[in-house]
Design a protein around this ligand. Structure first.
Ligand code: NAP
Length: 472
């Protein structure tokens, strides 16, 4: 529980500004006030873009950008407890998971610093054609321009880090709009970047009405790139509305896993641990498990008790595995989806005495039920008995999403078949598809997005090639 509510101003043009209006941040667990944040709108967003434009007129050399990123990583390490607690309080994320997120944010800044120092174009072999004889050519990687970044509630620190750190590595100034439910971690990162020596205007954080801030970011031609992580409905509309901008989308998933008869013995434990972390509110939380016939009885016997052993409760408690979902609307929707699944609820399916949804396992839901196709974003997993690997792959693919998927088998051929046929941006073998290390190329296909994050990949997205031809 938050002991003292924080008060945070917006960060625009190197200044911490008040607006006269406030956004309240409440604990999703207790409802207590965690903090309040100055609420911005179009005026602050325009001011932020003006500042970003001025900042980019004086480019920061790569070594300075890298030094700032390294300093922020160091501060994230030194202030680990504070960072993790803030994530936990504003998002209702159990401390165990909040600590992992805080550490991963260090990693994101560290890898971005490496990319800042490596950023370079390439030589073009001009004498490979007759036309090119007598000429030298190479490419530079130049920053696209001002980046408008929009982030979701579920990783309020590390997903903000995945926007800010690569943008700075690429030499782009940023206007960030964090999720209204969880703006405090973003503002803490801004504080760390300022303390690390980031000059005015390179980072601006404007919390407030998503439509108003989003409209300015979409309509202002000076914003060259939009990078959005969140739900598909919002993301794809943004892209439609900004045809001349570079729009990078990291969206949802309905994460499937296939369990073959020859899966490693700890498969049920791995999947139980990765299906309910942060109450399933991760875009790659395991949601749909397709179990082949021969593995079914043993898997169900192993999996359900492991799910029942998860500790449900106060996110501030270091022992808690599963806390609240983000708000009442989410809780109501998830319970509704469980109710209409058409399957057998093996455990959970209801709330506990603190109104937390118990980790829920549903056996054999209808193939067209929402839990089988849409993103639940809650502590719910389906188990579906399948007769063959082909059928499991077909069912895993029967969704509009395509972010990450997993397959558990010790047979190399089945593993490679999964890797080739599962229509997802990433396929994990004998590892839950919830796995992400921050340097990986991470992103989706189909409705799950159109880009790859991970500092090396995000830096490529946020820079463009400029060709230089020299006549010798
Ligand atoms: P969301 O409702 O789409 O919100 C994401 C962000 O978009 C928030 O900052 C939100 O602001 C803003 N937003 C909403 N409407 C907008 C508009 N019209 N114009 C501009 N911005 C707008 O998503 P969420 O509930 O926070 O996050 C959950 C979703 O994110 C899930 O679908 C999850 O899978 C996805 N996600 C994807 C990844 C990935 O890497 N692929 C990672 C994490 C989460 P407000 O908060 O002010 O409404």
């Amino acid at each position: 529980m938050a002991t003292t509510a924080l008060e945070r101003r917006l960060f625009v043009d190197g200044e911490w500004i008040e607006t006269g209006d406030w956004l309240e941040v409440r604990s999703p667990y207790s409802g207590d006030l965690v903090g309040r944040v100055a609420k911005g709108g179009p005026q602050e967003t325009k001011r932020a873009i003006d500042a970003a434009e001025r900042a980019m007129r004086e480019p920061l050399p790569a070594h300075k950008r890298a030094e700032i990123l390294v300093k922020v990583a160091g501060q994230l390490g030194r202030r680990h407890d504070e960072v993790a607690r803030l994530i936990s309080e504003e998002a209702g994320k159990p401390m165990k998971a909040a600590r992992v997120e805080a550490k991963r944010a260090m990693s994101t800044f560290t890898f971005a610093a490496v990319e800042a120092r490596k950023l370079a174009g390439e030589m073009v072999p001009m004498d490979a054609s007759q036309a090119g004889e007598g000429k030298l050519a190479f490419t530079l990687r130049v920053p696209r321009g001002i980046v408008g970044a929009i982030t979701p509630f579920n990783f309020p620190c590390n997903l903000v880090a995945h926007k800010l750190a690569p943008a700075l590595a690429a030499g782009c100034a940023v206007v960030l709009k964090p999720a209204s439910a969880t703006p405090l971690s973003a503002l803490l990162l801004a504080e760390l970047m300022e303390a690390a020596g980031l000059p005015s205007g390179w980072l601006n954080v404007v919390a407030g009405s998503s439509a108003e801030i989003g409209d300015v970011l979409v309509e202002d031609e000076r914003v060259a790139a939009l990078t959005f992580t969140g739900s598909g409905d919002v993301g794809w509309k943004l892209k439609e509305r900004a045809p001349r901008k570079h729009v990078a989308l990291e969206l949802g998933n309905a994460t499937p896993v296939i369990v073959c008869a020859d899966a490693p013995p700890d498969t049920a434990a791995t999947l139980a641990a990765n299906s309910f972390s942060f109450a399933g509110q991760s875009c790659i939380s395991v949601q749909r498990i397709y179990v082949l016939d021969d593995a079914w009885d043993e898997f169900v016997r192993d999996f359900v008790p492991k799910v029942e052993a998860l500790v449900v409760g106060d996110p501030a408690d270091e022992e808690t595995d599963v806390g609240p979902v983000i708000d009442d609307d989410a809780r109501r929707r998830i319970l509704e989806w469980i109710g209409e699944s058409g399957g057998e609820v093996l455990t959970g399916g209801e709330t506990n005495d603190r109104d937390l949804i118990k980790p829920t396992v549903i056996a054999n839901p209808a193939h067209d039920a929402k839990v089988s196709r849409e993103e639940v974003f809650g502590p719910v997993v389906t188990l579906t008995r399948t007769s063959s690997l082909d059928e499991a792959i077909e069912l895993a693919n029967s969704t509009r999403y395509g972010l990450q998927a997993g397959i558990f088998t010790r047979d190399l051929r089945s593993a490679l078949e999964g890797a080739q046929k599962l229509e997802f941006g990433g396929v994990t073998v004998n590892e839950a598809p919830t796995f992400r290390a921050d340097q990986m190329p991470y992103g989706g296909v189909k409705a799950s997005g159109n880009t790859r994050e991970g500092p090396a990949y995000a830096v490529r997205e946020l820079t463009e090639e400029r060709l230089v031809v020299i006549h010798l």
